[in-house]
Ligand binder design. Structure first.
Ligand code: PHE
Length: 374
């Protein structure tokens, strides 16, 4: 056997015997690598006489090509075998049930807010929003709070530090400043409206909006949180009166508490921005520990309301002899506590997932037949 055929036989045996791709790679390096046995033979060609080279050249090159080919074939074989082994070992069992997954819950405050928005939307109210950081004008002055008047203090206002212009902004103490913003907006459009007749939709006159949002007062106990949520209602049109206010709120209460019409009463009250002003109570029964809405001999205060004060209309450039309106404002968290039996409002902001699992709502529940909401 010549040296070349012995080398070929040895290498072929090693190639066939390689157990895996790494083994085979070692054989390749030993034969065809930089100082592999075949590479070394190729290097000897340069020093040969032309006759020798004519004989040895094709023999060595042929050997290199056959060994290279054999390695490639064996590599394909080994790779296919490795893939088969992997597929057999890592088979996915599609019949296994999926592992349990955590599902988020809808926060009760957001659920209640959505319920309220849906009820008012069906009555034709649009949605308006305003900033959490308000100026004194929108939060107080335009709403007819006299300067330095104690009413400003009753709101336990969070004042922000003076800004560069010397102004102190506030964290809005109620959603009523958005009334002012809405009326100012329509006032800008009023001249063209008076000239051309009323446009019919999109926050233009007549105004019929609700304003849900965060509000802030420095107060904390089981029924008060420094941040809470209110929903404000505002209707401005010609010839609006208390009857419209009462009807709207009666409808809302019945839909919200999912009861037939509930008896309500309006107790005279004072808000600087409404005249007359009232607090609305609903009939309830507290005898059993729980509060039952719509029955019994007790009354429960639900919200503040009234007819928009002529001075407020004037502050927004509206003539009170042409325009009237009503407004109301109520606590979203508070009504949620009542409807869903939540004992301490501070828990609603404690970010405790266990609490949310208990009081939260499924995002995928079937629609409630009374409200049409899920
Ligand atoms: N803004 C009042 C409050 O926060 C509620 C209210 C709104 C009263 C609109 C009358 C009209 O107490």
């Amino acid at each position: 056997m010549t040296d070349l055929s012995k080398l070929e036989a040895d290498l072929s045996a090693l190639i066939t015997g390689a157990a895996d791709v790494a083994d085979l790679e070692a054989v390749r390096v030993a034969a065809l690598g930089k100082s592999g046995s075949i590479s070394d033979l190729l290097k000897t060609l340069g020093a040969m006489s032309p006759d020798e080279r004519r004989e040895q050249g094709p023999a060595i090159n042929g050997l290199r090509d056959r060994i290279g080919g054999a390695i490639a074939d064996r590599r394909a074989e080994l790779e296919a075998a490795e893939l088969d082994a992997k597929l057999a070992a890592e088979r996915v069992d599609l019949t296994l049930p999926p592992p349990p997954e955590r599902r988020g819950r809808v926060h009760p405050t957001m659920q209640v807010q959505d319920e309220m928005i849906a009820i008012f939307a069906e009555m034709g109210f649009g949605l308006a929003e305003g900033p959490d950081i308000e100026d004194d004008f929108h939060n107080f002055t335009a709403l007819n709070f006299p300067p330095k008047h104690p009413a400003r203090e009753t709101h336990d206002t969070f004042w922000l530090p003076e800004d560069a212009s010397g102004e102190r902004k506030v964290l809005r103490t109620h959603t009523s400043p958005v009334q002012i913003r809405a009326m100012q907006r329509i006032n800008e459009k009023l001249p063209s409206w008076i000239a051309n007749g009323p446009p019919s939709a999109n926050g233009e006159p007549p105004i019929r909006i609700i304003v849900p949002g965060r509000t802030y007062r420095s107060d904390s106990d089981a029924t008060h949180s420094p941040m809470f949520h209110q929903i404000e209602g505002l209707v401005i049109d010609r010839a609006i009166h208390m009857g419209h206010l009462k009807w709207t709120l009666d409808q809302f209460i019945a839909r919200f508490f999912e009861t037939p019409l509930v008896e309500t009463r309006f107790r005279p009250h004072h808000f600087p921005f409404t005249e007359p002003s009232a607090e609305m109570d609903v009939r309830c029964d507290r005898s059993g520990g729980d509060i039952k809405i719509g029955q019994g001999d007790d009354w429960l205060e639900i919200l503040g309301c009234g007819m928009v004060h002529p001075k407020v209309l004037r502050n927004c450039g509206l003539d009170p002899d042409v325009w009237q309106g009503f407004a109301f404002g109520c606590g979203i968290d508070r009504l949620g506590m009542l409807k869903y039996g939540i004992p301490d409002v501070r828990d609603t902001f404690a970010s405790d997932v266990r609490w949310l699992d208990h009081y939260g709502f499924s995002a995928f529940a079937a629609p409630n037949p009374a409200t049409g909401l899920s």
